[in-house]
Design a binder for this molecule. Structure first.
Ligand code: ATP
Ligand code: MG
Length: 588
């Protein structure tokens, strides 16, 4: 890729980066010594994620500090200090106890980004129960299947979501014993089979002693995004908090006095690991916006809330790019110090756009629901190679491997060879199972490595470059073509704002490359523009890799977490069954 590296200054930082010497940090880091930064439950009773995130701070000098600042759609704000959050989550844990909900039992949430969702998540963890967030925009069917597969005993939701989506499912969900409504309208009678959460919290005891918790006890159940197939339920343990905390420090450069905004919804793993657990475990104040994406609103929040560290996703960045850099330039973003992105490959164009529009490059990082936390990242103090995901987190051993038939693997030591990303098993936030699918879990591991299913290459300086998901990679005339490379090249054309690339069967080449292209506003689709973009791509990529066919579209199908669903484009192009669409964004 022709875009040069973005170097970082050696000195003069407003806040010195936490990770200043990458090589030294990798050499000296050990999870065992990082473990000492956690408090542990008093009386040597183990390790509890919610204790680290909340009670620990509430019992110390940060008690009165704002933990969460919720910005509601109507412009009002609600704040909770660490002490208040500790009390509310204790009340929630007591409520679960009153309801007879015990260790390892599942508490689901289906709610917007309201304080009760955070209270429920952390209160569930205090009680030793397992928290499972659902995205509030899910329709009834995805809700039913997840509650059923996850054996949900409790559901925390709003009155509106309950009446619209859940009430009719109750007869089909006999194990769902309790529904707690976060916002019950007191003028109407309580709906049968539900509780008024606020009322019950107010009546519950305010003090709660967290029962002994092992770092290996289950804490979270997260369903994957469903980009490549039916979503899988990934199980995580309390010990993951160590990786949450360390990765937020090292990869997101979170200092205690920062104001952090993670735009992800807790319905997805990013919104839990980095929207709830990690920043609170570092004693950092988090901003939460209850509204949906809106470019003007987002810039206003960055400015008014004096956000210092911002964690978002490539789709959001692309939408901001579409809205134009002028919107950003009108704002005083001088407090903003660090911007990162996760969830999809971040095109080099987007990294550079950040530099121009926000005055800061965007730091891509990579991880998955299964890894529980950031594994590969671009760091505040380190040069960024636009288009690269950066280098493994200290404490994480990564490799590029090739699978052999029979299940064994070969570690590829030479640089610049495409293979599958593998991670040495055993980091604290590694998932501990797929719900009801032990065989699939077992297939993810070989020779002590976790196999990610993503293809990448590592350059000679140890930077990782995403090629594509194993399922999305195109094999054409003996070439292995990653859709990301083609999409990024197309996005360098001034008329292109977004692109999705798939392989279609081709009698000669095996597969041929097809691109779906979304045009920037102000550009009209025409055969001439199509030819121009095709020529542009050929010049960048060569005829063997450039798309044979380009189709203009108003949008490309995405998951609700913003990932391009290439499998759906492929299924539709080939007239094949569309598969599980439970996470598909409406209108796609
Ligand atoms: P499913 O497993 O159900 O198909 P999913 O893999 O999209 O869905 P997630 O766990 O939310 O579910 O997403 C992880 C995947 O997202 C990674 O395996 C990778 O393919 C992609 N991804 C995440 N971050 C990056 C990144 N920085 N660059 C490239 N790809 C990324
Ligand atoms: Mg996946």
């Amino acid at each position: 890729m022709a875009i040069p590296a973005i170097e970082k200054p050696r000195s003069g930082w407003r806040m010195p980066p936490i990770l200043s010497d990458y090589e030294a940090e990798c050499r000296d880091f050990s999870w065992a010594s990082a473990r000492r930064s956690l408090a542990g439950l008093p009386g040597e009773r183990g390790l509890n994620m919610a204790y680290e995130a909340i009670d620990r701070q509430a019992r110390g000098p940060l008690a009165a500090k704002i933990a969460l600042r919720f910005l509601s759609r109507d412009g009002s704000t609600r704040e909770l200090s660490f002490a208040e959050l500790a009390e509310q989550t204790s009340r929630f844990a007591n409520l679960l106890r009153e309801l007879g909900v015990g260790k390892s039992e599942r508490v689901f949430a289906l709610a917007g980004r309201v304080p009760e969702l955070w209270i429920a998540a952390l209160g569930t963890l205090k009680n030793g129960s397992v928290f499972c967030p659902l995205f509030s925009a899910f329709g009834p069917e995805p809700i039913r299947t997840r509650l059923e597969r996850g054996d949900g005993r409790v559901l925390v939701t709003s009155e509106l979501l309950y009446t619209r989506k859940v009430e009719a499912l109750r007869p089909a969900l006999p194990q769902l014993a309790h529904v707690l409504l976060v916002d019950r309208d007191r003028a109407t009678p309580l709906r049968p089979g539900t509780h008024d959460l606020r009322e019950r919290l107010a009546a519950a005891r305010a003090d709660f002693e967290i029962p002994p918790t092992s770092p290996d006890d289950l804490a979270l159940l997260h369903f994957t995004s469903g980009t490549t197939g039916a979503p899988k339920g990934a199980l995580h343990v309390h010990g993951a908090v160590l990786a949450h905390r360390e990765s937020a420090r090292l990869a997101l450069d979170l200092h205690e006095d920062d104001i952090f905004w993670c735009t992800a919804d807790p319905g997805w793993v990013t919104g839990t690991s980095y929207g709830i657990v990690a920043p609170l475990a570092l004693g950092v104040t988090c901003v939460v916006d209850e509204a949906e994406f809106d470019a003007e609103r987002w810039y206003e929040i960055l400015e008014r809330e004096r956000v210092t560290n911002w964690y978002t996703a490539p789709t959001a960045v692309r939408m901001l790019m579409r809205a134009g850099a002028e919107l950003a330039k009108r704002r005083d973003l001088s407090q903003l110090r660090f911007v990162a992105s996760v969830g999809e490959p971040l095109n080099p164009e987007a990294v550079v756009w950040g530099q121009a529009a926000l005055g800061l490059p965007i730091h891509d990082n990579w991880w998955q629901t299964e890894t529980g936390g950031i594994m590969i990242a671009n760091y505040a103090s380190q040069a960024i190679r636009p288009g690269s995901m950066g280098r493994p987190l200290p404490g994480i051993e990564a490799a590029i491997v090739a699978r052999r038939t029979g299940g064994a693997i070969d570690v590829i030591r030479e640089p610049d060879v495409t293979g599958e990303l593998a991670l040495r098993a055993g980091w604290p936030s590694m998932f501990r199972g797929y719900l009801h699918d032990e065989a699939r879990y077992a297939r993810c591991f070989a020779d002590g490595w976790y196999l990610s299913g993503d293809l990448m290459r590592r350059d000679s300086d140890g930077y990782y470059w995403f090629v594509g998901r194993a399922d999305d990679v195109i094999k054409s005339s003996g070439h292995l073509i990653g859709p990301f490379e083609v999409e990024s090249a197309l996005m360098e054309h001034p008329a292109v704002i977004e692109a999705a690339v798939i392989g279609l069967p081709d009698p000669v080449a095996g597969e041929s490359v097809k691109a779906f292209v979304v045009l920037r506003s102000g550009h009209e689709a025409s055969p001439a523009l199509l030819r121009e973009i095709q020529g542009f791509a050929r010049k960048r990529l060569g005829a063997a890799v450039a798309p044979k066919e380009i189709e203009f579209r108003d949008s490309v199908p995405k998951t609700r977490s913003g990932k391009i669903m290439r499998r759906l484009l492929r299924a539709r192009a080939l007239g094949l069954p569309e598969g599980d669409l439970s996470t598909l964004e409406p209108g796609a």
